[in-house]
Ligand binder design. Sequence first.
Ligand code: GTP
Ligand code: MG
Length: 457
Amino acid sequence: MFDSLQERLGSVFDKLKRRGALSEADVTAALREVRVALLEADVALPVVKDFVEKVKVEAVGQNVLKSVTPGQMVIKIVNDQLSAMLGADHVGLNLQVTPPAVIMMVGLQGSGKTTSTAKISKRLTEKERKKVLMASLDVRRPAAQEQLRVLGEQIAVRTLNIVPGEQPVAIAKRAVQTAALEGFDVVMLDTAGRLAIDEELMAEVAAVRDAAKPAETLLVADAMTGQDAVNVADTFNQKVGLTGIVMTRMDGDARGGATLSMRAVTGCPIKLMGVGEKLDELEDFHPSRVASRILGMGDIVSLVEKASENFELEEAEKLAAKIQKGKFDLNDLGSQLKQMQKMGGLSSLMNMLPGMNAGQMKKLKDAKLDDSIIKRQLAILSSMTPLEREKPEVIKAKRRTRIAGGSGTSVQEVNKLLKQHQEAARMMKKVQKMGKKGMMRGGLQNLMPPGMGGFPK
Ligand SMILES: Nc1nc2c(ncn2[C@@H]2O[C@H](COP(=O)(O)OP(=O)(O)OP(=O)(O)O)[C@@H](O)[C@H]2O)c(=O)[nH]1
Ligand SMILES: [Mg+2]
């Protein structure tokens, strides 16, 4: 997410941080670089101007230059302004209407409407226990209705039966009627996309809106498409009225311009973001967390949330019990590594970790550090005997050579893993008194392979 912008801003801030005192000229120069970085990321010019101006005013107002850590202060101000630009607080879906609540999905062709329709439906069904009915109003693209039906089967969400030849407004009406009769809480309307905005499309969407009276009209926009996406959003908002935006393909290495300008230009909140093709790859859009990620400050809140979703309670309890006894052996390390693998591995966690500067990030990327490290470490662990895993202290030189051979790794890698385990065990003792969450956090940090840069402890 926002890789190149993150790198650019990171190097600007690394320079600032390294200096003790800052002159006004230093700050001005840094802001000039921030401005260029944002423009290169394809953020709309008026938005960039406004942003830089606000940061400047804040920096002067807060007496940054006289503070003890001026560099950090500037970064904090940029962070706050970035977050404000993205919308400050998270805005969720508003379904507080007499049911059924209708959610209409609109947007250009291929932006991810149908996928997002299924993702939102899955989430409302599973997390909020809503009864959801999905209907496809896409009568133009052959098989579009069939596509939604198949997705519905995958996620066990009902789709409105398909009546060949029926037109969008009629389908919308039938969907709402069916939902009202059969006690559905939510109706998802997936509309047809177009290559570019045209009057006919707008008229059709407006007619559906008038017939279905949606509680939410969500524009689905592809984060990879730059400023065009913002213009599209603006037009949709003026002609149809939007209540929110779903940014898709946030998993790609988009420059970020569309996402960053969206709120400022349209005034519409980004409510959700798609972070992959899979149907559970949908996240709430939290402006402050996204801002922190862009600035490489890490997104610990999301990380912990992700961890607690994936870290099975039973495993956590087993581990907690062991730690209570002051024990953390290599079996435990193995089970933590497996949990990490489940969470999407290192690459997906990377962006959320704080304390990495631009240089470290780049080095990691260049080194193509990927989840194969976890795989290799698990291979090392499985080449050990049960005794070795329980009592790592018995693993002397000879055994290390055997383990390296057995796992297809090197003695050096085995040594690293053992050292990592020692550090984790030491840390585990320290956090013994903290709650489960604290334990996990401490544990996770210690699981990072050695040489990946220091994480704050
Ligand atoms: N990587 C990634 N791919 C996505 C995401 N959302 C959707 N896609 C992919 O984008 C492609 C198009 O998605 P659709 O949901 O069919 O798009 P659409 O807007 O319904 O397209 P039309 O109905 O033809 O206008 C599919 O291959 C999806 O898997 C996302 O968040 N990340
Ligand atoms: Mg579609």
